[in-house]
Ligand binder design. Structure first.
Ligand code: LLP
Length: 432
């Protein structure tokens, strides 16, 4: 569900025409809908209402200050993966006591900073990490709240680069070893065993892998509660969204149609998981990123050239893989629609960027409306893992970001001035 739809021939975000944003702010341009963000958060939060719970937005998916503030205002917690993310979320008004700190490589400095700020829990991914957290806490004369990330060895049926819950990857502690790890951690004086955590992967579009993982970890969570008095069970993030056309459109009956087609909805997710989790009596944490931010954003690009070569029709736009890397990196599908609809026949086209890599494409051989130089295209569902994965490759500026709220629109990140790209560079003294 989202708030990007056509009014007549023009694509709108909530009450604002995208072409008016392009005129004011230029392209490439990320546009976020505050209403979509809000609805997605509330929908998930509401579906989990029967259990004591906290939604911790995975801010790695979109960490713009205005996005974070929107969610913090709704009571969201945050899943953070670096000291930088903790600083960022505090700057946006987020509450560290609602933050869980994940990641396999937390540095001493990051642990110290998070301890001083009082995060809710460190989600530890190895025994050496637990020992390090204990050491840092001892030095600060503190007790660190920790959970161990257990790897349930469940196949998530998603893209190989975003599967995390099997023994093939670096995440968490194996199911067989985890109770030994808790036993040894319970003897470390500066740790408090606060919870248990799992996360099986990202863009999971069926409930079954989540259910399998919860069923597997549930008896463990019960034993840890009895033995160490843990108070929470984090079931991770990973809820998938719809990227494909038709369903990705913002029709009013979106959820009903999605449910009829077996798409993962918050209700379907909660209906299967809440009855399992309720008897446990633990606080349930969930760490969705993409589910909240994915369909809440688009990337708008302008057509620079239309180039025909033999059989191919290339639409060369001013956005590139440095702005949105998902198609190049994961073969990800993003629906592409014109900012102004003109009708007419569809033409099989490749939409590509100006970067000097053949991987720099947004789609291949896709039937798209005919476009001309100066027209604009919108890449949908770009609100998660879009801007946050952008780079300066080819000395291209980071795009501007705009947030829309009803009929209002504001720049929430200015376009990066080109000179800022090398501002931190210095000439070696012997070259001067
Ligand atoms: N919790 C943990 C421990 C995670 O590692 C992640 C994502 C999440 C929560 C949030 O996952 P989500 O709900 O957004 O699926 N760049 C990739 C996705 C990488 C996900 C990394 N971890 C992409 O563009 O598809």
């Amino acid at each position: 569900m989202h708030d990007f739809r056509y009014v007549g021939k023009k694509l709108y975000c909530e009450g604002v025409a995208i072409d008016s944003l392009v005129r004011k702010f230029g392209t490439p341009l990320y546009v976020y809908s505050q209403r979509t963000l809000t609805r997605h958060f509330q929908r998930l939060d509401g579906a989990l209402a029967p259990v004591k719970h906290l939604v911790c937005f995975a801010m790695k998916s979109n960490s713009n200050q205005s996005v974070l503030r929107t969610l913090a205002n709704l009571g969201s917690g945050f899943d953070i993966v670096s000291g930088g993310e903790l600083q960022r979320v505090i700057a946006a008004g987020g509450d560290p006591r609602k933050c869980v700190f994940a990641g396999v490589g937390k540095s001493e400095a990051e642990i110290e900073f998070a301890l001083r700020r009082g995060v809710y829990s460190f989600n530890a991914e190895s025994e050496p990490e637990l020992q390090r957290i204990n050491r840092v806490a001892a030095r600060l004369n503190k007790v660190a709240p920790v959970a161990v990330r257990v790897n349930p060895d469940v196949e998530a049926h998603t893209h190989a680069k975003i599967t995390t819950g099997t023994y093939e990857n670096k995440f968490g502690v194996t199911f067989e070893q985890v109770e030994g790890v808790y036993a040894r951690a319970s003897r470390l004086k500066h740790l408090r065993l606060r919870g248990v955590q799992m996360h099986i992967g990202s863009q999971i579009t069926q409930v079954t892998p989540f259910e399998q993982a919860v069923r597997k970890v549930l008896p463990l969570a019960e034993r840890l509660k009895a033995r160490y008095g843990i108070e929470f069970f984090s079931i991770g993030g990973g809820l998938g969204i719809v990227y494909q056309p038709a369903l990705a459109s913002g029709a009013a009956d979106w959820w009903q149609r999605a449910a009829a087609r077996g798409v993962l909805t918050p209700e379907r997710y909660a209906q299967r998981l809440v009855p399992l989790l309720q008897p446990l009596g633990l606080r349930i944490l969930i760490e969705p990123g993409r589910f909240i931010s994915g369909n809440a954003g688009i990337l708008v690009a302008r057509v620079e050239y239309v180039k025909r070569t033999g059989q191919k029709n290339f639409i060369i736009v001013d956005a590139a893989m440095n702005d949105l890397i998902r198609p190049a990196f994961y073969d990800a599908y993003h629906e592409i629609v014109p900012v102004t609809r003109r009708g007419g026949a569809l033409l099989s086209s490749d939409v590509v960027g100006p970067v000097c890599e053949s991987g720099d494409y947004f789609c291949k051989d896709r039937p798209l409306p005919k476009v001309a130089e100066g027209d604009c295209l919108a890449l949908l569902s770009a609100g998660a893992y879009g801007f946050v994965m952008a780079s300066n490759y080819n000395t291209r500026s980071l795009a501007a970001e705009v947030m829309v709220h009803g009929r209002q629109a504001a720049v929430v990140r200015e376009r990066q001035p080109v000179k800022d790209i090398w501002a931190g560079e210095r000439l070696a003294p012997w070259l001067k």
